[in-house]
Write a protein that binds this ligand. Structure first.
Ligand SMILES: C[S@@+](CC[C@H](N)C(=O)[O-])C[C@H]1O[C@@H](n2cnc3c(N)ncnc32)[C@H](O)[C@@H]1O
Length: 224
């Protein structure tokens, strides 16, 4: 389906809305199918965001909105003497990520919890790094989610966020009801500055991806 067709074809519109809902909260068999797509298309954003996290082998890490869990697997290999927690609001993604990371979960070095960005099920200052790839669009309100991220980070810890640029989200027509917000470089920077991270070190980089995808990577380091 081409993005240009969606606006004029009601059937294509319904399919597209269904896909958008699945990206926001993958559920059931449709969620498993969408997870395969994420696995294929999102490895480059993951590579960029994980690279910015600068993971030490002893680090305690959190991924929010982990989807099928291939990012968690990479984090777990890198933090081989630390720990990894995954939080996702979708029970289907929690199950899929558990299967993808069965060894680490069985060994106790990885813990997967159903929960939300807006109310993280972690204690204060408990992680060194947080990864959030393709999830910020769906959180509501973002100010509360960012406050939560800062709360669970240790001083000196880092939050790394990847989002696809607003212009590309709009071309893909992924800026409908399920998507609370999309970002360009300026709005992402403004939002982070206006959040509880306002006094912290904020860096934003552009990322060019295949198929005209344009992404943004944000790295925020909690002072301390
Ligand atoms: C588009 S998928 C991205 C999955 C994976 N990070 C990737 O890039 O392939 C968004 C994921 O974030 C989860 N999610 C969306 N909003 C969330 C929220 N407010 N709190 C926790 N998880 C959320 C969804 O359930 C889904 O698994």
């Amino acid at each position: 389906m081409l993005a240009d067709d969606i606006g004029t074809n009601p059937k294509a519109q319904r399919v597209h809305e269904c896909i958008a809902r699945q990206f926001a909260k993958p559920e059931g068999i449709g969620g498993v199918a969408v997870a395969q797509v994420m696995r294929m298309i999102n490895w480059l954003p993951y590579r960029g965001a994980i690279g910015l996290l600068d993971v030490k082998p002893t680090a305690d890490l959190l991924e929010i909105g982990h989807g099928p869990g291939f990012g968690l697997a990479k984090l777990s290999r890198m933090a081989s003497k630390g720990s990894v927690v995954g939080v996702d609001r979708s029970p289907t993604m929690r199950r899929l990520a558990t299967a993808t990371n069965a060894n680490a979960v069985a060994q106790g070095s990885m813990l997967l919890k159903q929960g939300t960005f807006e109310c993280l099920p972690l204690s204060d200052a408990s992680v060194d790094g947080i990864l959030a790839v393709n999830v910020l669009y769906f959180v509501d309100p973002i100010s509360v989610a960012l406050r939560e991220a800062r709360r669970v980070l240790r001083p000196g810890g880092t939050l790394c966020v990847y989002v696809t640029d607003k212009s590309h989200m709009s071309w893909l027509q992924f800026d409908g009801r399920e998507t609370r917000q999309t970002f360009d470089e300026q709005s992402l920077h403004r939002l982070l500055r206006a959040s509880d991270f306002g006094e912290d070190l904020i860096e934003i980089r552009k990322m060019w991806l295949p198929c005209r995808f344009r992404g943004l990577l944000a790295k925020v380091t909690k002072h301390g």
